[in-house]
Design a protein around this ligand. Structure first.
Ligand SMILES: NC(=O)c1ccc[n+]([C@@H]2O[C@H](COP(=O)([O-])OP(=O)(O)OC[C@H]3O[C@@H](n4cnc5c(N)ncnc54)[C@H](OP(=O)(O)O)[C@@H]3O)[C@@H](O)[C@H]2O)c1
Length: 370
């Protein structure tokens, strides 16, 4: 029998619906037979909305298993919930995680995990005290395509990574959406960096931070530039560069909310080859591996394409849920693949880029400050 994790969903919004649709798929469609998922509760600031959301997104036999709650606290305290998935806007994550952990629940919290590093470090401390599992929902790290790319990098066949370019941008029609939309509203941590920045960064973490030669060192230099929209002052375009001088490697990362990413939105340039990944880099469908005729040359001696689209059933958000279920089943308090240290790394970089870019969140938004 598979181990079944009982989920509570906090925030009846868009990304929560993606997550729930995926975890309620039959796990055998992704060749998983050791874990399974149930949704036993949905918490919203409005009980009627929670029930309507359940009626819309949870169908069949699963529909009757999910109870609607009219506050996040009630959901956190539900006795038939093991783990809580938090799909509220970034600046609400801290309070949602605190409520969940204090009720003894394991937590999967959407990216970015918090508004800043100080909030994240406080959450890590509380999770340790309560001995519960905590993870940021960096779903991209758990995709089969990512696993395959990691194997190519780790094999060493392409030599050493010298430069990584990654972009995630999208046109959010910022001149027509309300200024209270979470992508524009500073109260909700709006702007490109906090919303889209985790995706270019995850590839730098995978290829550079995780490199065994790096020994978990942070970049020796972080450089960040932001362009802010006159509409609300949040960043509409951000570029940040991470220098890993000890590896003689750099990551050049960008994100924005007014234009789309280029076709090949992720390129990793190694001494003996390249990995080329089409957009969108949060869930690539394929990637290309080029081997060079000789180190540092332009001549491609060999090229191989890896394709994943035809194998994916669902949106891809279920692989991270399988990881949470396995960790909880095994009594682990963090994931080996996306551990607490990686989110610390991420939040430290975002703090520094916001500092250099002059993006200050409104007073009171950050619940913990350094
Ligand atoms: N992993 C991914 O692929 C992915 C994609 C998109 C977004 N995200 C992340 O998921 C989070 C939510 O994004 P979303 O696009 O799903 O947002 P959304 O639909 O705008 O909001 C999600 C829910 O948050 C709750 N909420 C609590 N306080 C709120 C407030 N002051 N204003 C608005 N809503 C509030 C609402 O639920 P109730 O009304 O039910 O309380 C709302 O439906 C963000 O942190 C984002 O970065 C992740």
């Amino acid at each position: 029998m598979p181990y079944t994790l009982r989920w509570g969903i906090m925030g009846a919004g868009w990304i929560s619906s993606c997550f729930v649709k995926d975890i309620l798929l039959d796990p055998s469609t992704r060749d998983v037979d050791d874990v399974a998922h149930k949704v036993t509760g949905v918490g919203s600031r409005d009980a009627k909305k929670a029930q309507e959301w359940i009626d819309k997104y949870i169908t069949g036999d699963a529909h009757g298993e999910a109870k609607a709650y009219g506050s996040y606290e009630e959901l956190a305290n539900a006795s038939d919930v093991d783990a809580i998935y938090i799909g509220t806007p970034h600046t609400h994550h801290y309070d949602c995680v605190v409520a969940s952990i204090n009720a003894g629940k394991h937590v999967l919290v959407e990216k970015p995990a918090t508004s800043n590093l100080a909030e994240w470090e406080a959450l890590v401390q509380i999770a340790k005290e309560k001995n519960v599992f905590l993870m940021e929902a960096m779903w991209t790290r758990f995709l089969p395509v990512t696993k395959a790319m990691k194997e190519v990098i780790a094999s060493g066949e392409l030599g050493e990574l010298r430069v990584l370019h990654a972009d995630l941008s999208g046109n959010f029609d910022i001149n027509t959406i309300p200024k209270t939309h979470r992508i524009l509203d500073p109260m909700l941590g709006g702007g490109g960096l906090l919303d889209l920045g985790p995706y270019p960064l995850i590839w730098a973490i995978l290829a550079l931070y995780e490199d065994p030669r790096n020994e978990k060192r942070h970049p020796t230099r972080i450089t960040g530039n932001m362009i802010k929209t006159k509409l609300t002052g949040v960043d509409s375009s951000t570029v940040f560069v991470l220098d890993f001088e000890h590896l003689e490697a750099q990551a050049i990362l960008s994100c924005g909310i007014t234009i789309s990413s280029p076709d090949n939105a992720l390129i990793m340039r190694f001494s003996n080859g390249n990995i080329i990944v089409p957009r969108p880099i949060y869930r690539p469908d394929s990637f290309k591996v080029q081997k060079l005729a000789k180190e540092g040359s332009n001549d491609v001696a060999e090229e191989k394409e890896y394709e994943f689209k035809s194998k994916l059933v669902g949106g891809g958000w279920h692989f991270q849920a399988d990881e949470v279920a396995r960790c909880v089943r095994d009594g682990k308090t963090e994931s080996d693949l996306w551990g607490l240290d990686k989110t610390s790394f991420e939040m430290k970089i975002f703090d520094e880029v916001r500092r250099q870019g002059g993006y200050v969140l409104p007073p009171g938004v950050e619940k913990v400050v350094a």
